[in-house]
Design a protein around this ligand. Structure first.
Ligand SMILES: Cc1cc2nc3c(=O)[nH]c(=O)nc-3n(C[C@H](O)[C@H](O)[C@H](O)COP(=O)(O)OP(=O)(O)OC[C@H]3O[C@@H](n4cnc5c(N)ncnc54)[C@H](O)[C@@H]3O)c2cc1C
Length: 507
């Protein structure tokens, strides 16, 4: 899969790209274009005319199959989306198009829809499917066929690849077990001469490049990531209109909806979060214009609307974190502290969570915790709990703590609990259930059932941080928690007006 462009052209291109890049960075929408999507589109076209003229960093790609050569006589390249459901600002899509142009064959984009996915509800499936409908539209506008295949990849992709005589399958990266299993299962069924290439289109620094090992905490990974940002935090070139003749047909979205097997039909859509890339970009621009200024100082106050609220779009890959960082960084002079704080959360903390799930198979169980935490939790396993609440009482927000209940109701109603309260919420579950194992199981269950951004490395690590001390340090020993960091109602009262929050989320 060596690059076909001549070296000289690459050097010339790199020089002009650096210059253009600077202009794009300085631009800050100063051309008066009020449509954020079209301003971003314009910025891409200033970087390069297409991926062919862009110096694609191949460290973002790794070959997962034994076969690594694309057959010269192939008739197509397939991009199988598993996580990054967007067309632009997507290194997987760009790499797939690069192969398609290099081998002079059409690119097919597909998604394999499974009827059950870690107990996802209508709320998450609808968000996913509406985002994919936008992918279909954007692909078709670029003369790229998009196919929604019903079934697990190992059942449907081998036939699809055969029908289109595919030369390679390009896919996204996720550290989660289920997605790794999909790839392993596909490898067994796919024709052995078709290479599978994985691109980390979710992280700015590819997970396997950021660190080759399980990191202990933010302090051990921070510098490793920052040192690599100059190389990886680049601008994106555009995906271009495909020059190949192909049949473009619409997918049957009603049939897709009918194929789902959802256990609990009561968890419905939320109004504030509109799925898709366009809505994600609008949310990003509103963050930059309205909320970013207070992000550093007020992000731990749940009464204050200053978070980016971008996690649903990040989670489903509708919006690239790299795009968000490029936009937010334009405000570095104006709001330096807030920009730095956002970079810490969206790059360092998020990519640390990816590192944890990638290098630790037990990322969602007590066994995956550090030894000191396992020992201290074991030592306090039998401590008397002040109250015990069942999973059902917790789910229905029926505890004796009005702040906890309000936070739970925020999640039930809006599909997103405030970040500060997520910590308090999970720690209280540890205090009110029979064992740390049960606490972790319930926290993950509720988090994933109701939050739009659930089933994410950030979620597993958030629960593991709160209940099992992952990426944290030991604190003064106390009942139930042992050395795990403790949070309580009085502490919350000192930080923000808890009654204001409780009133906002009344029963
Ligand atoms: C118990 C618990 C459960 C959590 N569950 C999830 C989850 O299911 N999905 C999820 O995406 N995040 C989860 N988080 C992390 C964090 O709370 C959310 O990412 C954040 O609240 C999302 O809102 P936002 O996009 O407005 O955040 P912002 O503060 O605007 O942050 C921007 C982005 O930075 C990243 N980020 C922020 N905080 C963290 C963090 N602590 N760890 C890792 N990345 C972070 C996220 O990608 C986030 O979208 C959880 C945290 C805890 C303590």
């Amino acid at each position: 899969m060596s690059q076909s462009n001549a070296k000289r052209r690459k050097v010339e291109h790199r020089q002009s790209a650096v210059k253009v890049k600077q202009e794009v960075c300085d631009e800050n929408d100063s051309d008066g274009d009020n449509d954020p999507c079209s301003a971003i589109r314009k910025s891409r076209s200033l970087i390069a005319r297409s991926i062919n003229e862009f110096n694609f960093n191949k460290k973002r790609v790794r070959v997962l199959s034994d076969e690594s050569e694309v057959c010269e006589d192939c008739k197509s390249i397939i991009y199988w989306i598993t996580r990054d459901a967007r067309v632009e600002d997507n290194w997987s899509m760009l790499y797939a198009q690069r192969l398609s142009l290099k081998f002079n064959v059409p690119l097919y984009v597909c998604f394999c829809l499974v009827p059950k996915f870690l107990n996802a509800t209508k709320r998450q499936y609808n968000f996913l499917l509406k985002g994919l409908q936008e992918v279909e539209r954007d692909c078709h506008n670029l003369n790229i066929p998009f196919r929604l295949l019903i079934g697990e990849a190992s059942q449907v992709l081998p036939l699809f690849a055969k029908q289109h005589d595919a030369g390679a399958i390009v896919t996204d990266f996720s550290p989660l077990r289920i997605k790794r299993d999909w790839i392993e299962n596909l490898k067994v069924k796919l024709h052995k001469n078709i290479p599978i290439c994985q691109v980390d289109a979710h992280n700015i620094v590819p997970c396997w490049v950021a660190s080759p090992k399980l990191e202990y905490g933010a302090r051990t990974i921070r510098k490793k990531i920052h040192d690599k940002l100059a190389e990886f935090l680049t601008h994106f070139p555009p995906v271009i209109r495909s020059p190949f003749e192909c049949e473009i047909k619409s997918n049957n979205w009603d049939a897709a909806l009918k194929s789902l097997q959802i256990d609990d039909e009561t968890v419905d859509d939320v109004k504030w979060a509109v799925p898709g890339t366009e809505a994600g970009i609008r949310m990003l621009i509103s963050f930059c214009n309205e909320r970013l200024k207070d992000y550093a100082s007020k992000r731990n106050n749940p009464n204050y609307n200053c978070l980016s609220n971008l996690s649903p779009w990040f989670h489903f890959g509708h919006l690239s974190v790299q795009r968000a960082i490029l936009e937010v960084k334009k405000y570095s002079n104006k709001y330096k502290e807030s920009v730095d704080a956002f970079i810490e959360e969206a790059i360092i903390r998020r990519e640390l969570a990816e590192n944890f799930c990638y290098y630790n198979d037990k990322y969602d169980s007590l066994e995956g915790a550090w030894d000191w935490a396992k020992i201290t939790l074991k030592a306090h396993e039998k401590d008397k709990r002040p109250y015990i609440f069942s999973k059902e009482q917790l789910e229905k927000a029926q505890t004796l703590d009005p702040l906890w209940n309000a936070a739970q109701r925020q999640m039930l109603r809006e599909g997103k609990m405030h970040g500060f309260l997520r910590m308090y919420w999970a720690k209280k579950i540890l205090e009110w259930t029979k064992s740390p194992e049960e606490a972790l199981e319930i926290a993950i269950f509720l988090n994933d059932k109701y939050n739009l951004d659930g089933r994410d490395p950030n979620g597993y690590v958030g629960c593991m941080w709160s209940i099992c001390g992952v990426h944290d340090q030991g604190w003064a020993e106390r009942p139930i928690f042992g050395k795990i960091r403790y949070m309580n109602y009085e502490g919350c009262k000192r930080k923000f007006d808890v009654s204001e929050f409780e009133n906002k989320y009344k029963p």
